[in-house]
Design a protein around this ligand. Structure first.
Ligand SMILES: NC(=O)c1ccc[n+]([C@@H]2O[C@H](COP(=O)([O-])OP(=O)(O)OC[C@H]3O[C@@H](n4cnc5c(N)ncnc54)[C@H](OP(=O)(O)O)[C@@H]3O)[C@@H](O)[C@H]2O)c1
Length: 271
């Protein structure tokens, strides 16, 4: 039985997301990543169990990307239905193949990437599509044509909302003005992007948080997981924390911490 998890509006997108989302790097890629420990990719049975657990816990937001190796393809095969119960977020501009990342933010590459994500995820629409920044946020916004292309793809009904996973303060502040939503890094060890989150809040731009647990480096000793989840979800403007895990026990603990952090907020089934 699905347990309730508080949902929040994602800025002005009209989309509601659970306060905790699932990050899926570790479903498809274990090379060139910065996690504290090496790991094997989980087998299909384990991924099915993880996704069933996420559904059961009331999670609706799943974050993936072509840069996460086989993540999109595996979600397309293994995510339980119905499609409408999920908010699928993917990215454009980076892909990971044969052990290396490649970047291409051109309009043609963005179109091709969105079509490939639709095929891999076995869906007729993407909910959220983000430019997967390589660090040159301002240049990508001003010169790549990627945002304009995503605007056209949104009009064409291929996606519901778009934005950028930013890496810089200046880029985040600019992106806040021209995107539906941003994905921003924030954790207790690095608060440098807080002005971006506050600017998004002022403008009504949706905010998803990445690296809330500092990619696992903040997940040892005491209860730093609970401390991070409580602090980040308490900040105005944050819609959801996209926390990565391939461990159902961690997922349950994270959802429990998120529930406690927002207790009193409405969940979708409580009306
Ligand atoms: N540029 C971008 O767009 C970008 C960059 C980075 C991340 N992201 C997105 O954001 C998501 C999250 O970022 P992230 O995966 O780098 O970092 P994160 O969410 O801060 O941390 C994930 C790590 O924390 C561990 N963890 C999770 N819950 C835990 C718990 N309760 N106790 C102990 N350890 C726990 C996970 O290991 P276990 O598997 O063992 O639980 C995993 O190694 C990614 O999956 C991705 O979807 C986007």
């Amino acid at each position: 039985m699905t347990e309730p998890l508080a949902h929040r509006p994602l800025g002005r997108t009209g989309i509601e997301v659970g306060v905790l989302g699932l990050g899926t790097v570790k479903l498809g890629r274990n090379q060139g990543v910065k996690y504290p420990r090496d790991f094997d990719l989980p087998d299909d049975a384990t991924v099915r169990e993880l996704l069933a657990c996420a559904a059961d816990l009331g999670i609706n937001l799943i974050d993936t990307a072509p840069a996460y190796g086989s993540s999109e393809e595996r979600l397309g095969q293994l995510l339980p239905g119905p499609r409408e119960r999920w908010v699928l977020c993917t990215k454009v501009g980076e892909e990971f193949a044969t052990g290396k990342s490649h970047h291409d933010f051109s309009p043609a590459a963005v179109r091709e990437s969105v079509e490939r994500s639709l095929r891999r995820l076995r869906t007729h629409w993407l909910d959220l599509v983000l430019i997967h920044s390589d660090g040159n946020d301002l240049d990508l916004i001003a010169h790549s044509g990627a945002l304009e292309t995503l605007t056209e793809l949104k009009r064409a009904g291929k996606l519901r909302a778009f934005g950028m996973s930013t890496k810089t303060l200046a880029g985040g502040l600019r992106a806040a003005e021209c995107c539906d939503l941003l994905m921003v890094a924030w954790n207790l060890a690095d608060e440098s992007q807080l002005p971006v989150i506050d600017r998004c809040h002022q403008l009504g731009t949706g905010v998803l948080i990445k690296k809330a647990l500092a990619s696992g480096h903040a997940a040892t000793g005491g209860d730093p997981v609970r401390a991070a989840i409580t602090r980040l979800l308490g900040h105005p403007g944050v819609a959801s924390l996209v926390v990565g895990t391939i461990d159902p026990a961690h997922l349950r603990a994270n959802v429990a911490a998120a529930r406690d952090a927002v207790s009193g907020e409405c969940d979708p089934g409580s009306a």
